[in-house]
Design a protein around this ligand. Structure first.
Ligand code: UDP
Ligand code: MN
Length: 337
């Protein structure tokens, strides 16, 4: 049967020894546990060039977020195992990155169609002590109603540990393309509420493991709903102007959504429907909403959320650092104490 790789059963021990031999590799410059942000898209060009255009812009958004928060970032465009293509590509990738980055404590997966829309908000890892996977979802939708949308695998944190390797091993068998994935899809549609008929996807398989799999999986799951670790685009994009009028970035919740995820948009596919046009329009708005928070430091902003055109929002000065602003005329004060 299909496996992600050789069985590893003492990863926690291997990691501990490696980190002992390589001291200080496993903390950031601020002394915090390391997070590796990971995203990726398919190896070939998009069926619709607009898809590539937004992959580029959303990639820029991740680079900005990682830079602002001192995180390392990896973007993958390779399929590591040919059976694990499309949404399953993240599984072999996550395993590989865990094994080759023993210094990193958390791997944070972001779908290519998800974007950071609160550039200030930072995830508080203290909340997740004793938990190994952090996913946006709702307790009642998942555990009471068994909905396939009870959690969302577009943006989640996975701890680098033995438990996570075991989870990937339990998760992967639903993914190999072809008959296995088709049959798994039928089983998942039968078991999960509201799931349409289609091949097995990574999200449904994870929901299934949490509901019906070994209790050790749900035991280490942190379902995050205090902020938008994933925010369904239709629930957030139409509020951006309202949010800007009332609040400042830094909340991550309804006041200023942390992540906007274009679930179901398929911007890379050839077929362009009215729905996809609305997706592109809103993807542009989401990018500009986020990008204003980046450009502000440099004195620019988008003319409106609808346009990539920018305007200058601050006059240039000969005192860019504000060192002389207490003095009336900077030219009069050439020396700084
Ligand atoms: N993906 C990938 N390699 C591929 C195809 C997809 O890494 O060859 C990733 C990509 O980041 C994409 C994610 O898998 O965003 C999940 O697919 P999608 O976003 O289309 O699913 P949805 O969120 O709409 O359910
Ligand atoms: Mn997605």
């Amino acid at each position: 049967p299909y496996t992600l790789g050789p069985k590893i059963s003492n990863w926690d021990e291997q990691r501990r020894v490696w980190n002992e031999r390589n001291p200080m590799q496993n903390v950031t410059r601020n002394g915090k546990p390391k997070i590796l942000l990971v995203s990726g898209s398919q190896p070939g060009p998009c069926g619709n060039p607009m898809g590539d255009f937004y992959h580029l812009k959303y990639l820029k958004n991740r680079i900005d977020y990682a830079r602002l928060h001192g995180m390392e970032f990896f973007y993958n465009v390779a399929t590591f195992q040919k059976e694990m293509n499309s949404f399953w590509a993240k599984l072999p990738l996550l395993r590989n990155l865990m094994l080759n980055h023993p210094e990193t404590e958390w791997i944070w997966w972001m779908d290519s169609d998800a974007i950071f829309t609160d550039m200030t908000f930072e995830v508080d890892l203290e909340r997740y002590v004793g938990k190994n996977i952090v996913i946006h979802g709702f307790n009642d939708l998942l555990f009471e109603q068994h909905k396939w949308l009870g959690l969302n695998t577009g943006s989640f944190l996975l701890r680098n540990c033995q438990w996570s390797l075991d989870l990937l091993d339990a998760w992967a068998p639903y993914g190999p393309s072809g008959e296995v994935r088709m049959n798994a899809g039928k089983m998942l549609t039968a078991k999960l509420v509201d799931r349409p008929a289609f091949e097995a996807d990574d999200q449904s398989a994870l929901v299934y493991l949490m509901l019906f799999g070994d209790p050790q999986w749900r035991g280490k799951l942190f379902l995050e709903w205090a902020f938008y670790l994933h925010g369904y685009w239709k629930f957030v994009v139409y509020n951006y102007e309202n949010v800007m009028a009332k609040h400042k970035p830094g909340f991550g919740d309804d006041r200023w959504p942390f992540v906007t995820h274009f679930v179901g948009c398929k911007p890379c596919q050839y077929a362009v429907t009215g729905e996809v046009q609305e997706c592109f329009k809103q993807m542009e708005r989401a990018f500009n909403f986020a990008d204003n928070q980046v450009l502000g430091k440099y004195g620019y902003a988008h003319r409106s959320l609808a346009t990539w055109k920018t305007v200058k929002v601050r006059e240039d000065t000969n005192d860019p650092l504000g060192l002389y602003k207490a003095h009336k005329n900077p030219q009069d004060t050439p020396t700084l104490k």
